[in-house]
Design a protein around this ligand. Structure first.
Ligand code: GAR
Length: 200
């Protein structure tokens, strides 16, 4: 199965997907293209090192967000990607894009959703004072981090945590969970029933 991975930043999740899926001949999963909305994203370097085609699609180069989404869609079709994997991609899609790819876009978010959606999830987690943080992999719907939840893992918050320390421990769990969920998807194991996702 061909997947497209969309990134904005460092790309540690992308790196895991490269090593655990793309470079594992038994996975049956190829990263066909990596798309970034930022030209300096280190994730692009990781993709290039692995010989994966990269494209930069920046919002400021398009008249509106529908046109931005359309260019991403054009690349998805060009590379025949069946699944769109958001890995630290920090832009929201407009409804036409989400509808076109219903249950074909997944995202990883560094909290136990529906707690702390949005752009500063780990800082919000610490500021609130919760004792259990975590990671969520979910399908993308038209809202912000609100789509059907596929899998979650918990991470204890320690009194000594700052944002970086907690995020690093959450990322350890992301790097285990995200490749696993993509394998489930490729194996046809995910069934969406309303808000519930059943892993068969
Ligand atoms: C990850 O921790 C991911 O959960 C988060 O961005 C980080 C990207 O790290 N995503 C979001 O907050 C999405 N709302 P990476 O570039 O090293 O993979």
């Amino acid at each position: 199965m061909k997947i497209a991975v969309l990134v904005s930043g460092s790309g540690t999740n992308l790196q895991t997907l490269i090593e655990q899926l793309h470079q594992d001949g038994t996975s049956g999963i190829d990263i066909a293209v990596v798309i970034s909305d930022r030209k300096n994203a280190y994730a692009l370097t990781r993709a290039e090192r692995a010989g994966i085609p990269t494209h930069v699609v920046r919002t400021q180069d398009y008249e509106n967000r529908v046109d931005f989404d359309a260019e991403i869609s054009r690349l998805i079709e060009q590379y025949a990607a069946e699944l769109i994997v958001l890995a630290g991609f920090m832009k929201l899609f407009q409804p036409p894009f989400v509808q076109k790819y219903q249950n074909r876009i997944i995202n990883v978010h560094p909290t136990l959703l529906p707690a702390f959606p949005g752009a500063h999830p780990v800082a919000d987690t610490l500021a609130y004072g919760v004792k259990i943080a975590g990671v969520t992999v979910h399908f993308v719907d038209e809202g912000v981090d609100s789509g059907p939840i596929i899998a979650q893992a918990a991470v204890p918050v320690l009194d000594t945590d700052d944002e970086e320390r907690l995020h690093n421990r959450i990322q350890v769990e992301e790097h285990k969970l995200y490749p696993e969920v993509i394998k489930w998807y490729a194996q046809g194991k995910l069934k969406v029933k309303g808000r519930k996702v059943i892993v068969e």
